[in-house]
Design a protein around this ligand. Structure first.
Ligand code: FAD
Length: 806
């Protein structure tokens, strides 16, 4: 190894760090460390002058290692890797001198995991110093690595055929990519297919949507796979294998002419989903007139043939011989380079509030499900299309109450805004006035949110048309003969309101679509605290996920209107085209490797590899570099230390542990090994939310907690730690029973060195569960304070045992 010449760059982050961390003091301490050639501080290290400073120093001081102490690597690792890599390149791309390999950079997270979670300047400064010290020790052992290039598959899977999925498919298909559009319903179209007219322009929804449905269905580069859902995934970015389950329609789409004869003769009636349960259809039905594919489908659960073995009358009357009762469920494997989730939303069912609000039935007072003239706004869309009428008596309603924020923006319940409720109620009021000129629309609102283009004008137009706006949450809706009484307080005039209406229209909260949780687990991408898919970065990567090659669009990310959905979808399609357009993806070099002279081919590692990347061949054991995901679980399992993990080698990890633990003070020291994607991200989220916790906990990112073996934990205790926390991401292949088993073995082994098992604790977490992570930090710190620090003699003994007395 070349003699290290390390440059350390400490960012103020415009006060985000320097308001809490004494940057000058940290600089002074770090400058004394061995191998450190230069330490610089700067207001914004990620800015051009900051990056230029690093590049200049690499050239002028001949630096061969760099540590940047700033925000989370989740935010700017790529930025700083780019900076060190570009150090030898001039503006024309010509090589001035050898650039620094990006793997010779380390980052210390002194913002999300330090300045944003601690208030005490002295303690935050000590902690920042320890974290940077750890990074400096580690970078000594970093080695240059090169990612491998792999060709990508240019096909794309789009999951969800609402307006977002349709537009994403068209955009990519027009650019020449082959798209599989996977929709679980019998027709594409999503919620937009149910809408009458759309705010703020009041143009008809079908006129905008249906031509796109036809276009996408006829596009030579698009294959629509309807009645289908993804159920499994394998592979890696650029080369995914997606397994899709296709439910039987019991009608041959190619033969069905949608003449409707089958439905005419079918004896079984059912309420339709498209009409939001307001109209009945037959058990063999066309989802809606403009459905794509335009073919009938049989509802198996209600069909007499499937349930009682009688009937088949549809089959007898079908001239095209399109009925296929023995159609079976199928699965299909799709090889794709990228996947877009456009799975949209569902509405809160106001009558199901019990389940959602843990036993507190907040909506029973709105009478939904008890009185036919209390409907949802989606039902109102259908009523408008059917010819506006009261469900109870078929007569046009005159006085209509629109009740906003049903379930949204509540402390106990769904805190976020549905984003479409206000404009939609205004739209419905104007449409009602057009249909029934002497109608009286009343809108009961919390705040009117008119944030989009043309929305304020739309709102003002409604006021000009004498739509009544009452500020106040509706307390109750009480049936009164044929009518409904709405009670509330007008919070502007501070007076009680009790008015009688013909129809009450509720605007329920919008929720993540059913199955969103399962899909996120299967694809290995995160959900946010609201249950919608989580973007990679709120501002800079709003349609990316944490996994390369997986993207998001539309209401899958959260409630939004059609315009915002469209804009987002265009951005997503562009990201996918850029990703696949390069023709190749770089595969991370951070993978496990065998040290042949130590390997006795016992095959122990093979048992633990979650991706089956290790196999035994006649000459020994080999690791497939493409299948290896670099989790490192195999490394501590090797009885002869014959496996190591690139960029998370034993040498790097041991050095970082040592540096992070070395610190003055009598407080207990806790090292928390966090799986680097989800668990580490969860700790970052605690920082972003400014939830504070004890500065005694210092986090070290690891590929998985399975990478942390007995020697690492012992080394932490020998180096000054009093407790060790291991936190695994809930979506990691190494979780549940495996983590428990691993930690129990660690605890047992620690006993042999006189370390109490209570000094190690572990858990798993999802990304939004940062409260759980923070609680564990706090309670474990209290436990360590009670147990007291490990005595120096014991540390000495552990250190001697680790080095074999050398
Ligand atoms: P969706 O329309 O929900 O489509 C998602 C699709 O994904 C569905 O077809 C679903 O079946 C499918 N899917 C889900 N999970 C899976 C899976 N696992 N596998 C396969 N397929 C799956 N916006 C406006 O701009 N103007 C308006 O006037 C307006 N009016 C509205 C009125 C009401 C009452 C409501 C509730 C919303 C209104 N909106 C309006 C908002 C509009 O509905 C949304 O912006 C738009 O529908 C979002 O489209 P999407 O494709 O993201 O989601």
């Amino acid at each position: 190894m070349k003699e290290p010449k390390i440059g350390v760059y400490i960012c103020h982050c415009g006060g985000n760090i320097s308001d809490t961390v004494d940057v000058a003091k940290v600089k002074e301490s770090i400058a004394k460390l061995g191998g450190v050639k230069i330490v610089q501080t700067y207001e914004y290290m990620c800015s051009k002058p900051g990056q230029d400073m690093i590049q200049r120093d690499i050239k002028e001081h001949g630096l061969n290692r760099v540590v940047v102490a700033s925000c989370s690597p989740r935010m700017h690792l790529d930025t700083f890797r780019g900076a060190v890599k570009g150090a030898g390149v001039d503006f024309r791309g010509a090589q001035k001198r050898a650039a620094l390999n990006p793997y010779l950079l380390e980052m210390a997270n002194i913002r999300e995991q330090c300045s944003w979670v601690h208030d005490d300047k002295e303690l935050a400064t000590e902690k920042a110093t320890a974290l940077i010290h750890g990074a400096v020790e580690r970078v000594n052992y970093n080695e240059p690595l090169e990612p491998k290039a792999m060709p990508v598959n240019r096909d794309v899977a789009v999951v969800g055929g609402g307006i977002a999925g349709i537009l994403a498919s068209i955009e990519l298909a027009d650019k020449g990519y082959k798209v599989y559009l996977i929709e679980r319903n019998p027709s594409i179209g999503g919620h937009m297919a149910q809408l009458s007219k759309t705010f703020p322009t009041l143009d008809c929804s079908a006129c905008i949507l249906t031509p796109k449905m036809v276009y996408v269905s006829q596009h030579p580069n698009v294959e629509i796979i309807d009645m289908a859902e993804p159920i499994a995934i394998n592979g890696s970015p650029g080369n995914y294998e997606l397994t899709v389950r296709i439910r039987p329609r019991y009608v041959d789409k190619e033969k069905c002419t949608s003449c409707g004869e089958c439905a005419r003769v079918c004896p079984v009636k059912k309420f339709t989903r498209h009409e939001e349960g307001l109209l009945q259809d037959k058990c063999i039905y066309l989802p809606f007139k403009q459905a794509v594919p335009n073919a009938y489908v049989i509802e198996k659960d209600l069909c007499l043939w499937f349930n009682k073995g009688v009937c088949r009358v549809c089959e007898k009357f079908c001239k095209g011989k399109a009925i296929v009762f023995d159609q079976k469920e199928e699965t299909r494997e799709l090889n794709v380079g990228a996947i877009i989730s456009c799975t949209g939303y569902q509405q809160l069912d106001p009558s199901l509030s019990k389940e959602i609000f843990e036993g507190w039935n907040v909506f029973s007072q709105y009478g939904f499900g008890l009185h036919p003239d209390v409907v949802t706004n989606l039902q109102f869309e259908r009523l408008m299309l059917q010819g506006i009428h009261r469900p109870s008596n078929g007569k046009p309603p005159k006085k209509v109450a629109f009740v906003l924020c049903v379930g949204s923006r509540m402390d106990h319940g769904i805190q976020y805004c549905c984003k479409i409720g206000c404009m939609n109620a205004i739209k419905h009021s104007l449409l009602l006035l057009k249909a029934v000129p002497d109608a009286e629309p009343w809108i009961f609102y919390t705040d009117i949110r008119a944030h989009g283009k043309g929305y304020e004008e739309f709102y003002s137009n409604a006021r000009d048309h004498n739509v009544k706006f009452i500020r106040g949450r509706v307390a109750e809706v009480v049936p009164n003969g044929d009518n409904l009484i709405v009670r509330t307080e007008d919070t502007i005039l501070s007076k009680q309101i009790e008015e009688t209406f013909d129809l009450v229209v509720l605007s329920p909260a919008l929720l993540p679509n059913t199955g969103t949780g399962e899909l996120s687990k299967m694809l290995g991408i995160d959900l946010g605290p609201d249950g919608f898919f989580l973007e990679r970065h709120h501002k800079l990567r709003p349609v990316d996920t944490k996994r390369e090659g997986m993207y998001l669009a539309g209401c899958a990310l959260g409630p939004k209107d059609i315009r915002e959905t469209t804009i987002e979808t265009m951005a997503t399609a562009s990201k996918v085209a850029t990703f696949l357009g390069r023709g190749e993806v770089s595969v991370s070099p951070e993978i496990a490797y065998i040290i042949p002279e130590k390997c006795n081919a016992c095959g122990e590692c093979i048992k633990y590899c979650p991706t089956k990347a290790i196999e035994s061949i006649t000459s020994g054991v080999v690791i497939n570099p493409i299948s290896c995901t670099g989790c490192g679980i195999c490394v501590p399992k090797c009885p002869t230390d014959a496996i190591d993990l690139k960029h998370s080698t034993d040498a790097q990890l041991m050095a970082q542990i040592q540096g992070t633990c070395e610190e003055d003070g009598d407080r207990p020291r806790i090292i928390a090994f966090l799986e680097k994607i989800t668990a580490y991200g969860s700790a970052d989220l605690a920082g972003q939310t400014r939830v504070s916790y004890t500065p005694n906990v210092k986090i070290i990112a690891v590929p998985s907690t399975g990478r942390v073996g007995l020697k690492h934990v012992l080394h932490a205790f020998a180096s000054g730690a009093d407790g060790v926390i291991l936190i695994e991401g809930d979506d990691s292949p190494f979780r549940g029973e495996q983590v428990r088993e691993h930690v129990n073995t660690l605890k047992k082994e620690l006993g042999k060195f006189g370390v109490e098992s209570l000094r190690v604790v572990s858990t798993t977490t999802t990304l939004p569960e940062f409260d759980k992570v923070v609680n564990l930090f706090q309670t474990f710190d209290e436990r360590m304070s009670k147990m007291g620090r490990i005595l120096p003699e014991k540390r000495q003994k552990i250190a001697e045992a680790l080095t074999g007395g050398k």
